[in-house]
Design a protein around this ligand. Sequence first.
Ligand SMILES: Cc1cc2nc3c(=O)[nH]c(=O)nc-3n(C[C@H](O)[C@H](O)[C@H](O)COP(=O)(O)OP(=O)(O)OC[C@H]3O[C@@H](n4cnc5c(N)ncnc54)[C@H](O)[C@@H]3O)c2cc1C
Length: 302
Amino acid sequence: MKNHIDTIKKILPEDRIFINESMKKHTTFRTGGAADLFLMPENAEQLSELIRLCRREGREYFIIGNGSNLLVSDRGYRGIIIAVTEAFSDIEVSGNEIHAGAGALLSGIADTARKNSLSGFEFASGIPGTAGGAMVMNAGAYGGEMKDVVKSVEALTPEGERVNLSNSEMGFGYRKSIVKSEGLTVLKIIFSLNPGNEGEIKAKMDELSAKRREKQPLEFPSAGSTFKRPEGHFAGKLIMDAGLAGFSVGGASVSEKHCGFIINRGNATSDDVYRLIKKVREVVKEGSGVLLESEVMMIGDF
Ligand SMILES: Cc1cc2nc3c(=O)[nH]c(=O)nc-3n(C[C@H](O)[C@H](O)[C@H](O)COP(=O)(O)OP(=O)(O)OC[C@H]3O[C@@H](n4cnc5c(N)ncnc54)[C@H](O)[C@@H]3O)c2cc1C
């Protein structure tokens, strides 16, 4: 470990290296143990060097954005978490395009789009993730998805090489893309939007934001919808019909406001969340025959 940190110090300044970092601070579930190492590269060169180093030395690594779709084990993560966050959050406008760093928050990109009278990004304004994280799952809401607005993506391969991928090369599908399957680290995204009217864009965003506040338990920590939408069904409805509204394991509960959300009532552990996910899957499968698939990514031992 000591040797390892010494090598990392040649790549990153010391104040960007965190040992035994609690992942509670870095996930919207506010649960989970510590990561052996948590690194915050300042630029693409450092990021690329870190990826090469992990590969060379056979160290497991995991890229994190805003941690809004992530459950980290209470026993932590025996590897290196690399944060692609504020140092990668530049947002620039060029005609009808927005060029965003992977660490830019979707809310910030939506704001920029509105201020520049660019329409098409309204659907994403309330998704609390980074642009990079949104590429992984082809994040979507209210009838829109990343696939509709992405022109191209710049990424690093697992070998640390830069590649440019067009929209059609991203393999976007329902809550999927090639980012995970190819082990890519997203660096930048070009979004292609349409000229619009600032007032109308704002009205749309306000409407969607009011809908979220009304329907979703935003007052509790969560990772949004816990399960993917099964074909022909809605996860929340299946869970409600199974009588699981409010069902709890420890401090984790099925939200009564929106059964598709598992929430942390304040003192939940990741194990509570995990056991609740398992229980919901079992009960729903038994009652309806539908096997729910987790949308939330899990890392560490469960
Ligand atoms: C209240 C709430 C509401 C939500 N509503 C929605 C919604 O409407 N629609 C929706 O789709 N999602 C929703 N989500 C889930 C979540 O916000 C999205 O999945 C988001 O895109 C995740 O981005 P992130 O930066 O937080 O990613 P993280 O949680 O940090 O990571 C998620 C995955 O992306 C990978 N990743 C992150 N950054 C990169 C990168 N630069 N390069 C490569 N891989 C990367 C990680 O390795 C991980 O596998 C919601 C979550 C919450 C808490």
